[in-house]
Design a protein around this ligand. Structure first.
Ligand code: 2OP
Length: 242
């Protein structure tokens, strides 16, 4: 069966923790820790802004979160270095499975869009630079509703934009909060069980891969009907789910 798939971007298609490599050159030994704290604070900020019913775009959030991550690690970088790291967001690499999986799903006739917290400019840049853009029919940014995931209006907006009933759109994300949020808003979902800050990020920072934290999904809701260890498993899993 052919269905519409809305892919999350950061953490699902491209790896924000890849910036640990750049950070480690600037802050030897602290790169991975700062990259993880940056990402964590970035997400926390999106949740808090939306709870506060305020909106600042993802470029703003990303910049502020980096400043916080540096301060909390007791490190500092000058403005040019911070701007270079922010610019690195446009050059984040695709996970190894992303391009082959999207090409495979596109060839199988699925409608492929992205639904992301990123601004339209950030998304166009990172998707083009990572080679993913050609597989994607539409780029949907939360900027269009000025609220972040997991606000239900974000997910409902994506379905409306595609003229679909919410259940006919399946969000694909590695972020459990995103999967839970999409399902709470009435969408279908698939969870890509990437190891948090997995081997790519760890080797980028020149360290041994951390042990998997286990199979923990989330405790707010049950996992969706489709759970895959890699994006390349998605096409057969969707076929099996019917
Ligand atoms: C995204 O929306 C959640 O950051 C993730 O792309």
């Amino acid at each position: 069966v052919t269905i519409a798939l809305a892919f999350d971007v950061y953490g699902t298609l491209v790896d924000p923790i890849a910036l640990a490599r750049t950070l480690d050159r600037l802050l030897p030994g602290d790169g991975l820790q700062v990259a993880q704290a940056w990402r964590q604070k970035q997400l926390e900020t999106t949740f808090r802004l939306t709870a506060m019913e305020q909106y600042r775009d993802f470029a703003w959030v990303t910049r502020r979160a980096l400043a916080y991550a540096l301060a909390s690690a007791g490190r500092s970088l000058d403005e040019a270095q911070q701007e270079a790291l922010i610019a690195g967001y446009d050059q984040l690499p695709a996970y190894a499975d992303a391009v082959p999986a999207l090409a495979q799903l596109r060839d199988a006739g699925h409608t492929i869009v992205v639904l992301s917290n990123g601004t339209p400019a950030m998304l166009e840049a990172v998707l083009s630079n990572s080679g993913l853009r050609a597989c994607i029919q539409d780029v949907i940014s939360v900027d269009e509703v000025q609220a972040y995931k997991p606000a239900p209006r974000v997910y409902q907006h994506a379905a409306r934009r595609l003229s679909l009933q919410p259940a006919a759109l399946r969000l694909v994300s590695s972020n459990p909060f995103d999967v839970v949020g999409a399902q709470a808003a009435g969408l279908s979902a698939a969870w890509v069980r990437r190891l948090p800050h997995g081997s790519i990020a760890a080797s980028a920072a020149g360290r041994a891969a951390p042990l998997p934290a286990g199979d923990a999904y989330d405790t707010l809701a049950s996992p969706p009907d489709v759970v895959v260890p890699a994006l390349t498993e998605l096409a057969p899993a969707l076929e099996a789910a019917g």
